[in-house]
Each structure stands twice: as C-alpha cells, then as structure tokens.
Design a protein around this ligand. Structure first.
Ligand code: NAD
Length: 324
C-alpha cells in the first residue's frame, strides 16, 4: 500500500488516477479503475448531452460502489457545448469528484464547492496551478509535455515541470503525462507528487471500451509515434501520428483555418476510430508513454502491478542505495 495525501483526501486505496479521455472515459473503464482501487473518471463531453451524462453516471454507479469522478474539459470545440448544463448534471447526479481541465476552473467552483464536490484541476503550467490553488481547487493534476491531448504551449517536460510546481503548490498534486509503470509512480513521488494520472496506459487495458486494433497499436508503437497538431492555433494537441494528423499539420502550414481543417480533425471522426479500429479514419489522442506499453492487462492487474512494484523498488533498490 502506498498512502499519500491524495489517497486520503479522495478516499481511494491506490494513488493511481485514470484521467479524462474523450470517447474512452466511459462507465466500463472508470468503474474498472475504481474497482481496482484507483480513481476512475468519466469524460463529461463524451456524452452528447447533459442528460446522457446523467445516464452514464448512473450506469457507472451500477458498476462500482467505489468513488469515481467526472472530467469537464473547457477548450475550443467545433460545436459549442453547454458547460453550465453539464455542471448541473454532475451536481444533480450526486458525483463528489470533478476533474476540470483546459481553462480556468474559477467560474465553476462556487457551484461545485457548494455541492461538496472535490475538484482536481488539470493544468500544464506552474502559473495555472498556482491560480487554480488560489481559486480553491482541492488538488492539481500537473500535465507535462509528454501527455496525450493538450500539453499547452510551454513544452516543459515533467522532470522539470513537476518539481518546479511542487516548489510552490501546497495542495496535493498528481503527476500526469508519460506515466505508465512503477518507475513512473516512484519518480512522481520523488518529484513532489502524491500520485499519478494515466490516460493512454489505461487505453491499453481489457476493459477500455475501444477497438482491439487501437490497443494493439498502443503496444506496437513507440515513444516517437505521436504528432503535435494545432500548434499554429495555440491549441496544441498530441495525437497518434497517423496520416490524418500529418495532413492536418500540412494544412495548418498552408494557412488553412480550423473551419477548413475541421472536417478531418473532428472528434466525431476520432470516435469512429475507437469503434471500428480503422486507425486512419480520424485523429485520436495518444501520449509518448506508448514507448512503455507492452501488454493489455486488466485495470486491476495494471494498478496492482504498478503499486506493488513501486513499493518493492522503494523498499529494495532505493533503500539499498542509501544503506550502502
Ligand atoms: P471537436 O470535434 O469539437 O474538435 C476537434 C479538435 O479541434 C479538438 O481538439 C478541438 O480542441 C479543436 N478545435 C475545435 N475548434 C477549434 C478552434 N476554434 N481553434 C482551435 N482548435 C479547435 O472536439 P471533440 O473531440 O468533440 O472534443 C471535445 C473537447 O474535448 C475538445 O475541446 C477537445 O479538445 C477536448 N478533449 C478532451 C479530452 C479529455 O481528455 N477530456 C481529450 C481530448 C479532447
């Protein structure tokens, strides 16, 4: 067992969190992670409407009696989304943990805090972490340049980002981006964090509700298999480096607008990738941690392996290093 301020605050057994992932963060995965003693998180915007989110929360609750959360990401979208109504759905469903991401969570905090909800804010820079802490969130998930999805525009990897953040942030912090095994968890603890957040690693599990071809691609790809799209729009996103990502980058460099690129990068196309296993149908998020993924275990096997190997490493190799 590895106990931290994060596990105590959120009432979970292991310091391992499955962060929000568009199309992937559904009840099957979130409940499996929570049942494994970690913290599973449903992705709010994966549900087309706030009412669908209510139904998904209920479905997840039927699949686990352990704590789970809901992610709400506030970033540019091709079709406007009613964030306030998604927050209402979360509050009214009695969820007690929310992961905010993509933008300043301050406008949503009064409603969430009044409902007794603990908020983990995911951000990609020290300054945004400080401002979220000041605004009153309960924990920070600090997302380094290694991550899948949106790494921000500063390009600072976690070996520097995490201790720089830990120097100034007092509330519990999760390490996010590039984490996938016990070595990552031990490093995260050493760098000043109280747990790890994993996305891509959890996609390569038996319970992840995505096509087997995607899982096989996560295993066969390596740490160089991602592309960064939307750099020119200051909305950088790390995705699997397929032909669609390369085409989007080419169009960006030709000066095409998001309206012109939209038809190939739309999330609705990425959804089809996960459903059909056609890896070239659209863009889909994946992190550099692909270089560390070698199998497709159950969530329980994965979480328990990470925690037990981390414990062994701390008691064994690291303890021996100082004893000598
Ligand atoms: P979408 O179909 O609305 O947009 C596709 C992509 O284009 C997204 O990455 C989006 O950020 C980007 N985009 C849209 N309008 C833009 C603009 N005006 N300028 C620059 N970039 C623009 O996205 P979706 O797949 O339905 O996802 C919904 C939201 O969730 C998006 O903001 C997406 O980035 C975000 N997201 C969240 C997670 C998560 O883990 N929570 C993962 C991936 C994406």
């Amino acid at each position: 067992m590895i106990k931290t301020r994060f596990t105590e605050m959120f009432g979970i057994k292991h310091p391992v969190v499955q962060g929000g992932m568009q199309w992937v963060g559904r009840a099957e995965l979130a409940s499996a992670v929570s049942n494994a003693g970690g913290l599973g998180i449903l992705t709010g915007l994966t549900q087309p409407t706030p009412d669908d989110l209510r139904k998904e929360i209920k479905r997840c609750r039927d699949m686990t009696d352990q704590p789970f959360g809901v992610n709400l990401t506030i970033l540019p979208t091709l079709v406007p989304r009613p964030y306030g109504e998604y927050i209402d759905a979360i509050v009214e469903s009695g969820v007690k943990i929310v992961e905010t991401a993509g933008n300043n969570p301050k406008p949503f905090l009064p409603k969430l805090k009044d409902a007794g909800i603990k908020v983990i804010h995911k951000c990609t820079s020290v300054r945004h972490g400080i401002s979220a802490e000041k605004a009153g969130v309960d924990a920070i998930s600090m997302d380094g340049f290694e991550c899948a999805g949106h790494p921000g525009e500063d390009d600072v990897p976690n070996l520097v980002l995490l201790p720089a953040a830990a120097n100034v942030i007092k509330i519990p912090m999760l390490a996010s981006g590039g984490f996938g095994d016990a070595r990552g968890l031990v490093a995260a603890l050493a760098l000043g964090c109280e747990g790890i957040n994993m996305g891509t690693r959890f996609m390569a599990t038996k319970e992840a509700p995505i096509h087997d071809n995607v899982k096989a691609a996560l295993v066969s790809s390596d740490e160089r298999s991602t592309s960064l799209i939307f750099r020119t729009m200051r909305n950088t996103s790390r995705v699997y480096g397929n032909s669609v990502a390369k085409k989007a980058i080419e169009m960006e460099h030709e000066g095409k607008t998001i309206q012109e690129i939209g038809p190939i990068v739309a999330g609705t196309r990425g959804k089809v990738v996960y459903e059909t296993g056609d890896l070239e149908h659209g863009i889909w998020s994946a992190g550099t941690v692909m270089g560390l993924i070698q199998d497709i275990p159950t969530c329980k096997e994965l979480v328990e392996r990470i925690v037990s190997e981390a414990e062994e490493m701390i008691r064994g190799r690291l303890a021996r290093a100082v004893a000598a």
